[in-house]
Write a protein that binds this ligand. Structure first.
Ligand code: ZN
Length: 1007
C-alpha cells in the first residue's frame, strides 16, 4: 500500500493521461503527465509569496543547491544528476512560485535522483557561509559580490526589468505579493540577513506546498516505491502550511484610474524604446473568459495579417517591430501588451494610437469574423503541435494548478481540456467579441509605461555606483577590508568540503538501453538501394514518373506534415548576398502573381497562409550551423500536404518584389538592431564571427547585425528614391540564382504511410524542371573562414558596451573538422568534465563569483572549439582561472576528477539524446545527419557508444591537441565585450599575457 491516493485522473483529448496524487500523510502532491518521450522532466514547484524586495524566494532557489540534511555537501546534487543522464539541475523564481527542474534521458536516473532532490528542497543546510558567498558579501576591494547579487546586477537596470517593476508598483498595493521583485533588489540584498531567509524557508517550504510535476514515461509502481520512504521521512517532521500563498491573501483591488509614465533605462543608443500597456483581467478560474481573451489577443496581434501589426508594423515607417500580448496567471490575471523597438520620438504617439484603434474597432470597424474563425482553428492546431513537440504545455498548466487551483484537481481538468472552450468560442457573435475588447481594454483602467533609453541616465547610474563603492571602501577602511577578505576565504573553505567519493560512486549509472528512443524511418525519392523498409517500399509504389528532385521522407507518428526546402546559396555573388536577410524576412509576405492570372495582395497571402498552415518559417542554416544554406519550412495538418507543396511552389517562384514591401521589411530588421546591440553575449559572438568569417563569401559575415546595420539604411534610401527599380531587379536576380534546381534539397516528415501520394503529387504541384546533372555539394561553414578563422591566433578586440554592467568573452581555437573525427568522443567528454555543473571550471569560476557561467563548445561544422565567459565582473580573471586549470591538467600538476568522469560521459549522452527528444526533432536530426552531415543514420547512436568507451587516459591528448590552444595568444582569437568601467582592467589583464587586443566601439568593428 502506498501513501499516495489518486485525487484526479484526467484523460486529455490527446491520448495523454494526467494523474494528480496526494499523500494522505504529508499532503505532498504529485502530478504525473504520462507522455511517450526519451526524456523525463521534473518541475518541483513551491508556491512562494513575498511582500518585500528582499528576494527570499530567489536566494532560497540558489541556497537549496548547497547541500541538504542527508547530503550536506555543496554541489552533491549536481554531481549525482550528472550521473543520472542529466545535465545538472536548474531552477527559476517567478513572482508567485519557485520551480526546481531536472531533465533526464530515461526514467531510471530520474527515480534515483528524486528523493535526494526533494531532501535538498525541504531540508537544505542554509549555512551562514553558503549564504555569504552565494547571496551577497563585500570583497577585499570593497566591491559588492555574490552569485545572486551579481545576477541581479546584470538584470535590475535593463529596460525590461525597470518597466516591469514600475508596472508592479503602480498596479498592486503595498502588502500585495504581486508587487514584489522576488529576485531581490540590489539594495535589499546588500543588507539581507540569513535568518530572514531561514524563516522564509520555514514558512513556505512545507510538503503540502510542494508539488512534484513529472512528465514522461514512468511506471506508477516504480514511482511510489521511490516516494513512499521519502514521504515517511517527511511525515516524521510534521509540518504544514498555515495559509495558502496568494489564494488566501487579500484579493487584488481594481485600478482606480489610468496612469501613464515614462521609465528611463540606460543605453547609449537612444533611438529605440518599448511600450507596455497593462490591464487587470478575469479571475484565475474564469477559464472561458481567459481563453476568449487569448484568442482575441491572437486576432489583434499575431502575424502580419493581424489588426495591430497591419496598423503599426507593416507600414512605411514602422512604429514598432513586434507586438506581444500575454496573460499573467494570478488570482486576478493581468494582461500585458508589449510593443518592441518603438522609435523613441513615437513612444507617446503609439500608446495613444493603440487605444484609439481599439475604440475604432468597437465603434465602427468591427471584427473580421472570417479571420476570427481562422484564428480559433489555428489556436487549436497549435496546441496539438505544442503537445507533440514539448512537455511544457501540460507542465505549465500543472504549475498554475498547484499555485491557484482547487485542491480537488477539478481546475486542472478544466485547464487541460481546453479544446472544448474553442468550440464555445466558435459560436461567439461579433458583438460578443466586441464586448470583450470593450470590457477588458477600453472600459478598464490601465497603466501605460513608455520605456525610454537614456545615455545621460546610463552615465548617472555608473557615476552613482562608482561613488557608492568608493564611499563604501572609505567607510570600511583598510583593516575592515582585510577582515572581510579573510572572512570570504573562510566561508569558501567551509563551503567546499569535498563530497565523499563513495556517495558519488555508489550512485548507479543507468544502462543506455533503458532510454526509449524515437523510431524514425527514412525513405527517399530515389533510394538507390540505400533504404529497405516499409516507408521506402510505400514510396517506390507511388509513382513511375521520375520526380527530378532530391527528397528525403522521414516517417514519424504525427498529425502534421512538414516540408522543408534547404537551398544552397554558394552561387550568389557578393553584390547580392547581403540582401539575404531581406529575402528571408519577406519570403512569406509578398504579393503573388500566379500563372493563371490570379493576383493576391500581401495581406491575402498572409491570411491564406494562416488558414492553410500551422507554422511557417525561414532561417539561415540550422541551429547556427550550415549558414551557407537557407531553409524554408511549412507545417500543415496531414490532410493539407498538397497545399503545402503548392504554397512553396508559389512562394519560391511567383511572388512579386515591391518597393513598398521591401522597404517595410528592411525597416523592421533595422529597427531591431539597437535592441540586439544591448545584448552582451550576442555582441561577443557577432564580433567573433566577423573575425572568423569571410567578408565577401560568407552569409555569417554579411547577414550579421553589425554588417546589416551599415547596409540597410542605403537600401532603404534607394527604395525611397530613384533606385527602387534597381533594388527590385537585384531581388529577382537573387531569386533566379538561388532557385537553380541543383541548389535544392527537400525534406518531408510526418506520417508518410498515411499520405495518399507522397511522391507523385510533387509532379502536379511543384515546378517541373529539368533534372540537374548533379546536386551542389553541401557547403560547410568551415569552407568560408578568413585567414584568422582558419588559423586562429593573435587576433581580437575589446569592445566597449555602455548598455551592460558586466563583461563577456569568447575564445576560438582550431577544432576537429570532420564529423567522423576519431577525436570527437573524447573531446566531448573532456569539455563536459571541465564545464559540468560542479565541474572544475564551475568551482574555479562560478564558485568564486568570477562569472555567472562558462561554456566550452566543439563545433565540427566550423572546425573550431570555443570557450566563452558569460556575465563576469572581470572576464580576464575568469579566463585566468580556466587557463590555470587547463595548463595544470595538461602538465599533470592537477589530476582529473575521477568521480566526475563517469558523470561527464553521462552528461554527453544526455545531450546526444536531447537532439532527438521529440518526434519533430528526431525527424529533423535524421535529415541533418544523413544529408547535411553526410553520415550514417546511426551516427548519433554510434557516437553515444564511442562516448561510453572513452577512458580517462584518452583525455590527455585532447588537452594538448586542442584545449591549451584556447589559452595561448598565438593560437586563439579573443573577443571581450565589456562595460566601459572595466575596459582598462580587462585590457591590462589580457595584453599583459601577450595578447594584442585592440579596444574598439561596436560601431567601429566594421570600417
Ligand atoms: Zn538566480
Amino acid at each position: 500500500m502506498t501513501n499516495f491516493e489518486v485525487i484526479k485522473s484526467i484523460e486529455t483529448d490527446f491520448d495523454i493521461k494526467i494523474t494528480k496524487f496526494k499523500s494522505k500523510v504529508t499532503g505532498l502532491t504529485v502530478i504525473l503527465v504520462d507522455r511517450q518521450a526519451p526524456l523525463v522532466d521534473g518541475y518541483f514547484t513551491i508556491a512562494t509569496e513575498a511582500t518585500d524586495d528582499d528576494g527570499c524566494p530567489h536566494t532560497l532557489e540558489h541556497l537549496v543547491f548547497l547541500g541538504s540534511e542527508l547530503f550536506p555537501y555543496k554541489g552533491v546534487l549536481d554531481l549525482l544528476a550528472n550521473r543520472a543522464f542529466a545535465n545538472g539541475t536548474n531552477a527559476w523564481t517567478a513572482t508567485d512560485h519557485t520551480c526546481y527542474t531536472i531533465q533526464t534521458a530515461g526514467s531510471l536516473g530520474f527515480l534515483n535522483l528524486l528523493p535526494i532532490y526533494v531532501d535538498h528542497i525541504l531540508y537544505p543546510t542554509l549555512t551562514d557561509s553558503g549564504c555569504y558567498t552565494e547571496v551577497h558579501h563585500i570583497n577585499g576591494k570593497g566591491e559588492d559580490a555574490g552569485v545572486v547579487y551579481s545576477e541581479m546586477q546584470g538584470r535590475e537596470n535593463s529596460g525590461e526589468s525597470r518597466v516591469y517593476l514600475r508596472y508592479q508598483r503602480l498596479m498592486y498595493p503595498e502588502g500585495c505579493g504581486y508587487r514584489s521583485e522576488t529576485g531581490g533588489l540590489m539594495e535589499n540584498l546588500r543588507v539581507l540577513n540569513v535568518e530572514t531567509i531561514r524563516q522564509y524557508h520555514r514558512d513556505y517550504y512545507k510538503p503540502d506546498n510542494l508539488c512534484l510535476i513529472i512528465t514522461g514515461k514512468i511506471l506508477h509502481d516504480e514511482l511510489f516505491k521511490t516516494l513512499d520512504p521519502l514521504d515517511e521521512r517527511i511525515s516524521r517532521k510534521k509540518s504544514q502550511i498555515h495559509k495558502r500563498p496568494f489564494v488566501d491573501s487579500a484579493p487584488i483591488p481594481l485600478l482606480e484610474k489610468s496612469i501613464q509614465e515614462v521609465v528611463e533605462f540606460p543605453d547609449e543608443d537612444e533611438s529605440m524604446g518599448q511600450i507596455v500597456i497593462a490591464w487587470l483581467g478575469p479571475l484565475i478560474d474564469e477559464f472561458l473568459e481567459i481563453n476568449a481573451l487569448e484568442v482575441l489577443h491572437t486576432y489583434l496581434s499575431d502575424s502580419a495579417a493581424s489588426v495591430l501589426q497591419k496598423e503599426f508594423v507593416e507600414i512605411k515607417d514602422p512604429l514598432c517591430t513586434d507586438i506581444y500580448i500575454m496573460i499573467e496567471p494570478q488570482t486576478r490575471t493581468a494582461i500585458l501588451a508589449t510593443f518592441s523597438n518603438v522609435p523613441t520620438e513615437e513612444l507617446e504617439e503609439l500608446a495613444n494610437k493603440v487605444l484609439q484603434k481599439f475604440t475604432r474597432i468597437v465603434e465602427s470597424e468591427g471584427i473580421d469574423m472570417d479571420r476570427m474563425k481562422t484564428v480559433i482553428q489555428l489556436a487549436k492546431l497549435r496546441i496539438l503541435d505544442k503537445i507533440e513537440t514539448s512537455s511544457s504545455y501540460f507542465s505549465d498548466a500543472s504549475i498554475v494548478d498547484h499555485v491557484y487551483g482547487k485542491r480537488t484537481g477539478e481546475d486542472l481538468e478544466r485547464a487541460t481540456k481546453d479544446l472544448k472552450y474553442y468550440d464555445q468560442l466558435s459560436e461567439f457573435t461579433e458583438q460578443q467579441w466586441i464586448q470583450y475588447l470593450k470590457k477588458y481594454h477600453l472600459d478598464n483602467h490601465h497603466i501605460t509605461l513608455l520605456g525610454k533609453p537614456s545615455a545621460e541616465f546610463a552615465e548617472k547610474l555608473s557615476k552613482q555606483e562608482e561613488n557608492r563603492i568608493e564611499k563604501q571602501r572609505e567607510t570600511l577602511g583598510k583593516e575592515k577590508l582585510n577582515e572581510l577578505e579573510t572572512r570570504l576565504e573562510e566561508a569558501k573553505k567551509l563551503n567546499d568540503v569535498p563530497v565523499p567519493s563513495n556517495i558519488i560512486e555508489d550512485f548507479p549509472i543507468p544502462n543506455v538501453d533503458s532510454i526509449p528512443f524515437i523510431n524514425v524511418i527514412t525513405g527517399r525519392n530515389k533510394s538507390e538501394g540505400k533504404f529497405k523498409n516499409p516507408v521506402q517500399k510505400y514510396l517506390d509504389h507511388d509513382s513511375k514518373i521520375d520526380i527530378p528532385y532530391f527528397i528525403q521522407y522521414d516517417h514519424i507518428n504525427s498529425a502534421f506534415v512538414t516540408i522543408s526546402l534547404y537551398i544552397i546559396t554558394t552561387n550568389i555573388p557578393f553584390e547580392l548576398r547581403p540582401y539575404i536577410n531581406m529575402y528571408l524576412g519577406s519570403f512569406y509576405s509578398l504579393p503573388l502573381n500566379l500563372p493563371d492570372g490570379t493576383k493576391l495582395t500581401f495581406e491575402q497571402v498572409v491570411s491564406q497562409l494562416n488558414k492553410d498552415t500551422v507554422k511557417y518559417d525561414s532561417s539561415l542554416g540550422y541551429n547556427g550551423n550550415f549558414q551557407q544554406i537557407v531553409d524554408f519550412s511549412i507545417k500543415v495538418e496531414a490532410s493539407k500536404y498538397v497545399k503545402a507543396i503548392q504554397w512553396l511552389n508559389y512562394l519560391l517562384w511567383h511572388t512579386e518584389f515591391t518597393a513598398e514591401r521591401l522597404k517595410i521589411v528592411a525597416s523592421k530588421i533595422l529597427n531591431e538592431i539597437p535592441e540586439a546591440k544591448r545584448d552582451g553575449y550576442d555582441m561577443t559572438s557577432t564580433v567573433m564571427q566577423l573575425i572568423n568569417f569571410d567578408e565577401k563569401l560568407s552569409n555569417t559575415y554579411l547577414s550579421s547585425t553589425l554588417y546589416q546595420e551599415k547596409f540597410l539604411p542605403n537600401v532603404i534610401k534607394e527604395l525611397k528614391g530613384n533606385g527602387a527599380n534597381q533594388v527590385i531587379q537585384r531581388f529577382y536576380q537573387f531569386r533566379e540564382l538561388l532557385t537553380k534546381p541543383e541548389n535544392l534539397r527537400i525534406h518531408v516528415y510526418g506520417n508518410i504511410l498515411k499520405l495518399a501520394n507522397p511522391k507523385s503529387v510533387w509532379n502536379e504541384h511543384f515546378k517541373i524542371i529539368e533534372a540537374p546533372k548533379s546536386l551542389t555539394p553541401v557547403p560547410l561553414s568551415q569552407q568560408f573562414l578568413t585567414e584568422f578563422g582558419r588559423n586562429p591566433g593573435n587576433q581580437g578586440f575589446i569592445v566597449k558596451l555602455p548598455a551592460i554592467e558586466s563583461t563577456f568573452s569568447m575564445h576560438t581555437a582550431e577544432g576537429p573538422s570532420s564529423f567522423d573525427s576519431p577525436d570527437l568522443a573524447s573531446l566531448l567528454v573532456l569539455c563536459e568534465l571541465l564545464q559540468a555543473t560542479e565541474g572544475l571550471f564551475w568551482k574555479l569560476i562560478r564558485g568564486q563569483g568570477l562569472a555567472y557561467s562558462t561554456n566550452l563548445k566543439v563545433d565540427v561544422e566550423y572546425g573550431h572549439i570555443y570557450f566563452d565567459i558569460y556575465k563576469s565582473p572581470d572576464a580576464f580573471k575568469a579566463y585566468e582561472q580556466a587557463r590555470k586549470a587547463v595548463f595544470g591538467l595538461a602538465d599533470k600538476k592537477i589530476e582529473f576528477d575521477k568521480a566526475g568522469f563517469e558523470g561527464a560521459k553521462s552528461g554527453v549522452i544526455y545531450s546526444l539524446v536531447r537532439k532527438e527528444e521529440n518526434i519533430s526533432k528526431a525527424a529533423i536530426e535524421s535529415f541533418v545527419v544523413q544529408v547535411l552531415k553526410d553520415m550514417d543514420a546511426e551516427y548519433n547512436k554510434n557516437l553515444l557508444a564511442k562516448v561510453q568507451a572513452v577512458n580517462i587516459e584518452d583525455l590527455y591528448p585532447m588537452l594538448t591537441k586542442y584545449l591549451v590552444n584556447l589559452f595561448k595568444p598565438e593560437t586563439s582569437n579573443v573577443v571581450v565585450v565589456s562595460t566601459p568601467v572595466k575596459v582598462k582592467d580587462v585590457e591590462q589583464g589580457f595584453n599583459g599575457h601577450g595578447f594584442k587586443l585592440k579596444v574598439k566601439n561596436l560601431d567601429s568593428i566594421i570600417e
